[in-house]
Design a protein around this ligand. Structure first.
Ligand code: FAD
Length: 342
């Protein structure tokens, strides 16, 4: 975070289409940096249906969202893409040298002749907990994501939620936090069973506390939380002391800052041509669910096709003096050697 980079193509969104774009660009010797606000690649596949089988990826009978992501990552590994995860692309600027510069909310800047927007249904953003006055504490002592684990060292933390994020961070922060209290409104969890077992073992061992309750109020001053007031069916209303609240109430997808990039939008999606999947701004392409054109189907396979044509369009910006030589992967000797490990 905070560094300045240069590359050939900046891909905004690490969903299946952004990932496959790395491959198609790589075939043409084009390097890519990938930005995503999520803490992991995979987009909707990883965040919304990691365990569900997808049945319409060509030649693959059935594959889960997580497996597809893993296989795409394997496939693009030879091209060594740089990932900027946990970062939201917030700003776009045209430089004097004709390149584009993307800025993230953590201050990273990346300059490149081409941008490929593969932002799907928009950026995943945390749902705000329905607690009155939560705004006053946001970003100071109440957080909806962990961006730097060390920032939570020595803190007395209440973690709220019952999904994978709540459980993962309970396990992850327990060794460095002063105290962890997990709160969930029900005794059941929507998280990996293994994480739930590990959390229960920590409760048994007296290393963390777990309460079945709902947070009703936050208490504190000047943005610094001192306790949360909770209500539980069995024990009524009471307070839990803490200096940090991490609330994981799920994610929603919002178009976000891309809306202000000055591109032609149709129903919150970006208008592209179907020859190169280029937007109204030369050198800015858009593929996957975010792309709008007549007949668009929001399917992974459509995004794969779009990334091949986008890459051919991008080539002319990245190598203005070169002629594109179309080549099948079956005759791409360098790639064959890399894939087979020779
Ligand atoms: P996404 O997967 O949406 O990824 C976009 C990424 O961009 C996200 O990670 C987001 O955080 C990131 N992003 C956006 N804006 C920014 C920004 N400004 N800065 C940083 N990051 C940003 N499709 C099929 O083909 N077959 C199926 O069987 C199927 N089943 C599905 C089941 C469910 C429950 C759902 C929800 C969808 C299903 N889909 C299926 C649709 C499929 O998941 C989408 O078509 C696919 O994920 C689109 O990929 P994408 O790469 O365009 O975008």
């Amino acid at each position: 975070p905070g560094e300045a980079y240069e590359t050939d193509v900046i891909i905004i969104g690490a969903g299946p289409c952004g990932l496959f774009a790395v491959f198609e660009l790589g075939l043409l010797n084009i390097k890519a940096h990938v930005v995503d606000i999520l803490d992991k690649p995979g987009g909707q596949c990883a965040e919304l249906y990691p365990e569900k089988p997808i049945l319409d990826i060509p030649a693959i009978k059935s594959i889960t969202g997580d497996q597809l992501t893993k296989q795409l990552l394997d496939q693009i590994e030879p091209f060594e893409p740089a990932f900027h995860l946990n970062e939201m692309a917030v700003g776009l600027e045209k430089l004097d040298n004709g390149k584009w510069k993307v800025q993230t909310d953590l201050g990273t800047t990346i300059a490149a002749p081409v941008i490929c927007i593969a932002a799907g249904g928009g950026s995943f953003q945390p749902k705000k907990p329905p607690i009155p006055g939560v705004d006053d504490f946001e970003g100071q002592s109440v957080f909806y994501a962990v961006r730097q684990r060390d920032a939570f060292k020595g803190k007395s933390i209440v973690i709220a939620g019952g999904g994978d994020s709540a459980l993962d961070w309970t396990l992850n922060l327990q060794p460095i936090a002063e105290k962890i209290t997990l709160i969930h409104r029900r005794p059941d969890f929507r998280a990996a069973p293994d994480s739930v077992d590990k959390m229960k073992a920590l409760v048994e061992a007296g290393k963390i506390d777990f309460h079945v309750a709902q947070i009703k109020e936050l208490n504190g001053e000047s943005g610094q939380i001192e306790s949360v007031s909770v209500e539980s069916k069995e024990d009524g209303a009471y307070d839990i002391a803490c200096n940090t609240l991490l609330a994981f109430y799920g994610l929603t997808m919002k178009l976000g800052p891309i809306a202000d990039f000055g591109l032609n939008l149709v129903e919150n999606r970006i208008e592209v041509d179907t020859e190169k999947f280029e937007t109204s701004a030369p050198g800015i392409f858009c593929i996957g669910d975010m792309a709008h054109y007549p007949g668009k189907l929001k399917l992974i396979l459509s995004g794969f096709h779009e990334s091949a044509l986008m890459s051919h369009g991008a080539f002319h910006y990245v190598f203005p003096d070169k002629k594109l030589k179309f080549q099948h992967t079956t005759s791409a000797k360098d790639l064959q050697a890399q894939v087979s490990g020779n």
